[in-house]
Design a protein around this ligand. Structure first.
Ligand code: PEP
Ligand code: MN
Length: 315
């Protein structure tokens, strides 16, 4: 097995990408509520913006452990798998192939948040069972999305990590419920969420009692339509600086196009992301969702070789 586990400089709090962590707190202050907004509301004058998510001076990146995989410990953790779980065979085969290429965690949607109610909504609990079987067969822990507070317990019974999708980043009932879960949470940034809103969403989970939060930049909505979303890598780098939480990048949803996944992954590695989440399907052209942005297993393997090469050069 060839896992990507090379340690990179630039992940430690003391000097992040050449910016001393001491700057993190002043930067966080600039993200506080603006004075005008404060006057217009009853908010306290000195809002403790990110009480628990802020990186204090000298504080190292928090390591979030998913089963036996450490995210934030200095290596690049790659999560891979299909957008949606479609069959027992599909998820099992994908797990085998992505593991062989070096992925550390398996992804796959059982409950799908689709823009249209007429699109495939996911296979639900049956898909959770197949995900758990694929974990047993491959040894890869599993992350999958949970859409509503009512589903947190059942999804938590099968998954090793619970994903909050972009559309749900400000579903506060869901965040509060996840705060009581023993499972780590992958919190995607909302497509129209500011960094402040994203970190405050993380605060709901942290302050409610769950310290295991991993952030994920997956692209935001801008005037640009040539790519599905605009992958905000500068935002991801900023969040790495001001927060101690690990930050992943999703180059699949962040670009929407298969051929852009590799350059975006390389860029994410360069800005110091703690990991990537990438859509891989055994036959992307036949995928039930997000096929156009999915890699096939051979393309994923080539990408992993490429990332390992990049890390070896930087070592
Ligand atoms: C997904 O991971 O398949 C997904 C729906 O992602 P997002 O919430 O970022 O759109
Ligand atoms: Mn998808």
């Amino acid at each position: 097995m060839r896992n990507v586990a090379l340690h990179l400089s630039g992940h430690k709090a003391r000097s992040y990408g050449g910016v001393p962590a001491a700057r993190a707190v002043p930067v966080a202050r600039t993200l506080r509520r603006r004075p005008q907004a404060r006057q217009a509301s009853n908010a306290p004058a000195a809002e403790p913006a990110f009480r628990m998510a802020s990186r204090r001076t000298g504080q190292a990146t928090t390591v979030v452990v998913v089963a036996d995989v450490a995210i934030g410990a200095g290596g690049l953790v790659v999560i891979a798998g299909p957008c949606s779980v479609e069959s027992r065979q599909q998820i099992r085969e994908t797990a085998r192939r992505v593991k062989a290429a070096g992925a550390r965690i398996l992804r796959g949607g059982a409950y799908k948040p689709r823009t249209s109610p007429y699109e495939f909504q996911g296979l639900g609990e049956k898909a959770l069972e197949w995900l758990a079987e694929a974990r047993e067969a491959s040894g890869l822990p599993v992350v999958t999305e949970v859409l509503s507070p009512e589903d947190v317990d059942v999804v938590g019974d099968y998954a090793d990590m619970l994903q909050v999708g972009a559309r749900n980043m400000q579903n506060y009932a869901l965040l509060r419920k996840l705060a009581t879960s023993s499972k780590p949470v992958l919190l995607k940034r909302g497509p129209a969420a500011t960094i402040r809103e994203w970190l405050l969403a993380a605060e709901y989970i942290l302050s409610g009692g769950n310290p295991n939060v991993v952030l994920c930049e997956r692209g935001i909505r801008t005037f640009e339509t040539a790519t599905r979303n605009t992958l905000d890598l500068a935002g991801a780098a900023l969040v790495k600086e001001i927060s101690h939480l690990p930050v992943l990048v999703d180059p699949s949803h962040g670009t929407g196009q298969r051929r852009l996944v590799t350059p975006a992954s390389r860029a994410a590695l360069a800005i110091g992301a703690d990991g990537l989440i990438i859509e891989v399907h055994p036959c992307p052209d036949e995928a039930w969702s997000d096929g156009e942005q999915s890699l096939d297993p051979a393309q994923f393997s080539t990408l992993m070789d490429d990332l390992r090469g990049m890390m070896a050069k930087c070592a």
